[in-house]
Write a protein that binds this ligand. Sequence first.
Ligand code: GTP
Ligand code: MG
Length: 700
Amino acid sequence: MPRKVNCGIDYDDGYDDDFDDYDYGYDVEENVKEPSLQDTIKRGVWRCSVCTYDNDDTMSSCDICGILRSPSVSNGTYDEKRTAPFKFDVPSPDDLVSNGLHSSAQHSKAKIFDFKSSRAPSRGVGKNEAVKVLSSAKSSDSSHDSTGKDKHDGIIFSKNLEINTSSGFKASDKSSASMAKGRVEDSDGRSVSINLCSSGQSSSSLMPKERTDMVEDGSSLTHGGEGHLTSNLKNMTLGAKSGNSKDIKANSRAQYKPEKWMFPEKAEGSLTQLNLAIVGHVDSGKSTLSGRLLHLLGRISRKEMHKYEKESKLQGKGSFAYAWALDESAEERERGVTMTVAVTYLDSKRYHVVVLDSPGHKDFVPNMITGATQADAAILVIDASIGSFEAGMDGTKGQTREHAQLIRSFGVDQIIVAVNKMDAVEYSKDRFDLIKSQLGTFLRSCDFKDSSVTWIPLSAVENQNLVVAPSDLRLSWYHGPYLLDAIDSFQPSSRDFSKPLLMPICDVIKSSQGQVSACGKLEAGAVRSGSKVLVMPSADIATVRSLERDSQTCSIARAGDNVAINLHGIDGNHVIAGGVLCHPDFPVAFAKHLELKVLVVDGATPILMGSQLEFYAHHAKEAARVARISSLLDSKTGKVAKKAPRCIVAKQSAVIELVLQESICIEMFSKCKALGRVFLRTLGRTVAVGVVTRIVEELV
Ligand code: GTP
Ligand code: MG
């Protein structure tokens, strides 16, 4: 298969230089130039607002980054095979058969969160083998630590944050065509009026008229004036108003009374679910390690393994035999590079582990982000070979530090550092100690506690220290746990069973019979067959026809479960990735103007007023502009160090306001951690991590 050179994105940028040692088996295409502006502005194409790729006019979302096309130029139709901005690259049954996976009921996996793939799911929901993840919203996490700093799961901010909200509000929005007013009370009992406007659209069908729950967190709404939210559904290709649209009257979540069926009955001997992200620099051996574990635990049969070995050898890729179990697409195999997150399962003594094997290559960090946001814990894989560990730690080209920082920001506070390829350094204790010392310092700076980090020297290829203690005498100096043991030592995550339903949609599967399924992990609450759900942002009410978890039909899904929810009573085009399924009385916010607390990561370029960035939150991605840098925070005291600074630089924390190109489903971090974490990237690097502190509810 010829190597795909996708439209100006250079997969090999900075890549061949560092990893010449490996035979990737693909030819670097020379003379592949980025097209000039004139070359790319053609008739019959539309330009992506995020990556600037010129897409064919027939595409409803960007072929490169998945961003939905603005409806002003949309052809108004959804291609059944391209329903989601972020691809859920589920292999078709035929793919599975040809890859030798179909025959194994045990070893089923899904490839998810593909921002690049142009292939589409081609199967019905009923046959969906997409096995997905659950994770927790870690409600037990304290947002304050004893040091007097606000901690947002890995991002340390000032406790005494002063937020200047006044300038972000305008007295009115003249462009608004219709307006609904609500008067609500904030947590201090103050009355705050909120106007929600919709730009010429019927507000009754599309947007909440009142959002009392938005002001639960008094700390974030200190103004007494009026705020306006102009609902913007431009990023949806909405058809005619469905009869099921709901006039939403949002309630305070505190009023919610969970029902008994929403809580799990702990069956004797049942395994707790653990979402485990496998992250780390490109080629560190993540997929090989995952494949080897699956094989050792019987999830890949001998016959299948034999097939992988044979086929990979034939393709001159013998060393990737175990990785082939995870890297299932022809392109991934040919290049020996994981491109999308692969999801698979294995059982340890204590956990039903959902393995999220992430791509390490820098071009696929967006895929890694959307996959790993669901993680409860992570394995950070390090290549111990001489030069490779160092390459991973490189501030500009390496992914070790970026991945570590990102997973900490996702709320993951317990990790295993798997120091892999120890065979390549003769299982040297000195090498292991050096890696531990250098990386340990960095992990501490990311706010990982020493007690929550387990260091394990291992070799995936030589099967040392994976599911039993090492047999190689050269590792006799090591007395800690083996990998599977360490996985069992992770603390289970708490789940928000008692809260109203919230499920960010990571993917949508449509069948040729017109059935539509929303896939994702329940962040809060529960849902069962027959439940009514509110589908945001269209605000349609749909009924749950059936549920599928781990490739099996189930009747109830609870917080933490990763499911495909088959919906009926809704236009399939109204179910979009980046949307959220909610309890009908508790809609998620939908906004484009946000206030964030951010930390600029080490080595990042400064953020200025007006900086154009890529904004990521759960499964949503949007182009964004820094509308205001409200304040710089003192790193020691956490107090406002300077109001309205001109820019923020690496390692500085600040309060900023961001205006997204299109509205997205979002929530304040104080309400829902999973929906309130954000990442800002530019030029292929993460520049800041942060949380949503306020939804400004106004277009600027
Ligand atoms: P990306 O997903 O593309 O980031 O790569 P990866 O981290 O999944 O690495 P992968 O599993 O594809 O392995 C890359 C190369 O490292 C392959 O050639 C593997 O055989 C090799 N490799 C993996 N584990 C080991 C190991 O324990 N020892 C040695 N010597 N090589 C290993
Ligand atoms: Mg891989």
